[in-house]
Design a protein around this ligand. Structure first.
Ligand code: SF4
Length: 592
């Protein structure tokens, strides 16, 4: 139903790192039924990973999947990565832009499956139909992920259209919230894909291609393309992403009292003005960039200028890409006092290849645990964290990556794990085992982090529902239904695979029209059915791997700090969880 004729997207490339072998299979069956992206990835994951596999063992599998719109329509610029998460122990899913999706498309694949474990560090190059296994021993242990990217870039022949995905030292050290960096400024950030790369001794994956994509109805294609393009660049739908970018949220959330501050002890941040998108744009913005085939260019790079110690009039300039989420996690959550301090910390996190969101929430937990005497200088090896002290936070990050003692090993597994050992679970801000995103907007946000398949604000955007309903009270059933509908719809968008920032452009009717360019007739109802099916498949996988919603409690802190909807009611959130369980999980149980 969803597979364009003669489209090489049906080809899945399998790579076995243990045997250093690769082969291609025609998986028209999967692309016909599940479209691509998230839909195809979850089925490949289910096929390839044995039950209860160790996420950091050779049985774990990494799937990269793209969809029929990648390389064809604007802002269809994302790649879906799926794996078993070492951070939560169940479904790992992370999306990134850069050049990854177009490179995979032009290399002639719809998905790449990476199995097994290499005995020595390697980097793997997919050059169209060929796959090369390169010795990466000289790159292993290198401090900067930027340098690794540069060396690979200069040593890879025949660039074609290319992506370079790589890990930093955090991934090598199996920090469970290490990410994978692609094209320097984009990331598969959440849920520990970097640690899975590290466990497989896979330092980098390079994909380059020179292929093309068949379009059967060019007249229809030009028409739809123009409509999509014009909506993106000429209407206000995506303007905010280009102008100030997601950091536009800082002042807005602060104003309504929803910006998590100092480990969510507050939701108003005294330095919000300093770290606001507006201030960063005025004083630091060096340039904007775009993922391939996206006219929006929402990637904002700040220029961080640091004088050399011996040459005060000479500056080292580093470009640091910033978004709202790192500003929340490494800014307001840590009580940041200056833009320079925030950017230095963020740059270090990038250098090591850590997930900025989890790192910030872990540092915030450490600061409060230290204040309360649950941990001391003995555990922290002499460090005394305090709000806004980015120099100390940078030294803690250095030690986190070095893993010199049991405490640093524990925080390398996230704050849910560390708080079980050292105490402080009430203020360890995790949901389903994953550290919180930057929204304390009302009841829908924490509920969505808890039940969303990847425990992310991007699953169903509960924060957005909260913001739209300030001053009103939705019933538990209404919140559950609205967010379920949204999460199911997002499975369609992430199977195409379009950027979720373009969700206001890719409405059901235009997606139906866009399929006409491939000579395919689909109906709006088919899209909704597909979204529902993929969401169920994801939950089936989670439950197969032992996910039990009843085991996870909402951290007490979220009930102690007011939201724009007032203080949250634990009873209400628990009831919403129960309704979700009845609607989704109980339906799956007999199948699993
Ligand atoms: S809107 Fe931004 S993140 Fe999305 S595809 Fe475009 S440049 Fe990339």
């Amino acid at each position: 139903m969803w597979l364009p004729r003669h489209d090489p997207i049906k080809n899945v490339l399998y790579i076995d790192l243990t045997l250093k072998k690769f082969w291609v299979e025609d998986r028209s069956d999967l692309f016909e039924e599940y479209m691509g992206g998230t839909g195809v990835a979850i089925k490949l994951l289910e096929e390839e990973i044995p039950r209860n596999a160790d996420p950091l063992g050779p049985d774990n599998v990494i799937v990269f999947a793209i969809g029929p719109f990648n390389g064809v329509y604007p802002a269809a610029s994302k790649t879906v990565a799926m794996f078993k998460s070492p951070h939560t122990g169940n479904l790992g899913e992370s999306h990134a832009g850069g050049r990854s999706s177009i490179a995979i498309r032009l290399a002639g694949y719809g998905a790449i499956v990476i199995k097994g474990t290499s005995s020595l560090p390697i980097w793997v190059s997919i050059r169209g139909k060929n796959v090369v296994f390169n010795d990466a021993r000289a790159l292993w242990g290198m401090r900067s992920s930027y340098t690794v990217g540069r060396i690979i870039r200069e040593n890879e022949p025949n660039p074609g259209f290319r992506t370079i995905m790589r890990i930093g030292r955090a991934g090598e050290k199996l920090i469970t919230y290490a990410g994978v960096i692609t094209e320097t400024y984009r990331h598969f950030g959440r849920l520990g894909l970097g640690a899975v790369f590290g466990s497989k001794k896979l330092k980098a994956l390079v994909v380059s291609g020179r292929g093309s994509i068949p379009i059967s109805n060019k007249r229809e294609y030009r028409k739809i393309y123009k409509e999509l393009y014009d909506t993106m660049v000429k209407s206000p739908v995506m303007k905010k992403y280009h102008d100030i970018g997601t950091p536009v949220n800082v002042l807005r959330l602060n104003e309504i009292g929803a910006l998590p501050t100092k480990n969510l002890k507050a939701t108003k941040f005294e330095n919000a003005d300093i770290l606001s998108g507006e201030n960063l744009a005025k004083g630091y913005l060096a340039r904007r960039m775009a993922c391939s085939h996206c006219p929006v260019a929402c990637i904002h790079l700040a220029a961080l200028r640091e004088p050399y110690v011996d040459e005060p009039f000479f500056y080292k300039t580093t470009f640091v890409s910033y978004d709202y989420e790192p500003i929340f996690a490494l800014g307001s959550m840590l009580g940041a006092k200056s833009v320079d301090g925030f950017l230095k910390l963020l740059d270090m996190i990038e250098t090591y290849g850590l997930d900025a969101m989890s790192s910030g929430v872990v540092l915030a937990w450490i600061t409060e645990a230290f204040e309360r005497g649950l941990i001391g200088e003995k555990e922290l090896l002499g460090e005394k964290p305090k709000w806004g002290d980015h120099e100390t936070y940078m030294r803690i990050i250095d030690k986190l990556v070095e893993q010199p003692n049991d405490f640093y090993k524990a925080i390398g597994k996230g704050c849910a794990y560390a708080s079980r050992i050292y105490g402080g679970e009430d203020f360890a801000l995790t949901f389903g085992g994953n550290e919180m995103p930057g929204y304390h907007t009302g009841p829908a946000a924490p509920y969505s982090f808890m039940v969303g398949a990847r425990h992310s604000h991007l699953d169903s955007a509960g924060y957005s529902l909260d913001e739209k309903t300030i001053g009103k009270e939705l019933t538990e059933e209404e919140i559950v239904d609205k967010l379920l509908e949204e999460e199911r719809w997002r499975q369609v968008l992430t199977s195409l695979v379009v950027c979720l920032f373009a969700r206001g452009v890719y409405k059901p009717e235009i997606i139906v029209d866009a399929f006409k360019a491939f000579g395919l007739t689909v109906k709006v109802d088919d899209l909704y059915e597909l979204g529902k099916k993929i969401h169920m498949e994801k939950y089936k996988f989670k439950i197969r791997e032992g996910f039990d919603l009843d085991k996870y409690k909402f951290p007490k802190r979220i009930f102690e700090t007011p939201t724009p909807h007032g203080y949250l009611s634990e009873e209400k959130l628990v009831k919403m969880k129960r309704i979700f369980k009845e609607k989704i999980i109980n339906e799956i149980k007999p199948i699993s």
